[in-house]
Write a protein that binds this ligand. Sequence first.
Ligand SMILES: Nc1ncnc2c1ncn2[C@@H]1O[C@H](COP(=O)(O)OP(=O)(O)OP(=O)(O)O)[C@@H](O)[C@H]1O
Length: 238
Amino acid sequence: MLHAQDLTKRYNGVLALDRLNLTVAGGEIFCLLGGNGAGKTTTINLFLNFVPPSSGRALVDNIDVTRNPLEAKRQIAYIPETVMLYGSLSGLENISYFTTLALGVKRPDDELLELLDQAGLAREAAFKRVGGYSKGMRQKVGIAIAMAKNARALLLDEPTSGLDPQAANEFASLLQKLKHKNIAILMTTHDLFLAKQTGTHVGIMRSGKLISTLATVDVDSTDLERIYLEISGSRQLA
Ligand SMILES: Nc1ncnc2c1ncn2[C@@H]1O[C@H](COP(=O)(O)OP(=O)(O)OP(=O)(O)O)[C@@H](O)[C@H]1O
């Protein structure tokens, strides 16, 4: 579903991403790990066509995001660190607005309420102004919007940063639900525990390069931490 082919990005001579090759199939959760400046957000921004590649391609369902941006965008939902919603509207009004914008037709409120339920938003909260929502509640609305759009790929940039442990745990469970809907998920995170807990695959980046890709079933948490620290150069192995 998501493919990077020799995907490369330079910013004024800075090599932010260096020939990335990556595949995320439907039902997979690929977690990009790496220190500050490793190239994680650049990868997400290239898939979203927020920035053009210097060379190589980002494909969503075999659609080149640079050549066919609108078609590619229909397949994708994006959850940034803080989900941008209209604070003066309720959760239900927000999902209705953004879904209508994406699909060109309005989905009935009862269907949207059901999706907010599935995303774990309390029913009474759906009718309250988003201005009073916590970060975790905003993310639930963001995920419900992704489901309402029938997005086939979900891109997330540090989604659990700033969430309390309970909210982060709820979020991890929600990702599992999406995985079972066969959505391809690409997520950046600094949270090794989340990556091990929710990811099917983990990619460790350094200086714009994807250094290692692991299936999470093949590593335990201690090994993952050791490999991460070794690659990111924070600690030399004894
Ligand atoms: N808009 C930009 N203009 C210039 N350089 C940029 C821009 N965006 C990113 N970079 C550079 O590209 C490199 C990769 O940055 P990127 O934001 O992708 O890293 P990251 O892995 O997401 O880091 P972090 O964990 O700190 O968010 C860094 O050297 C960064 O300074």
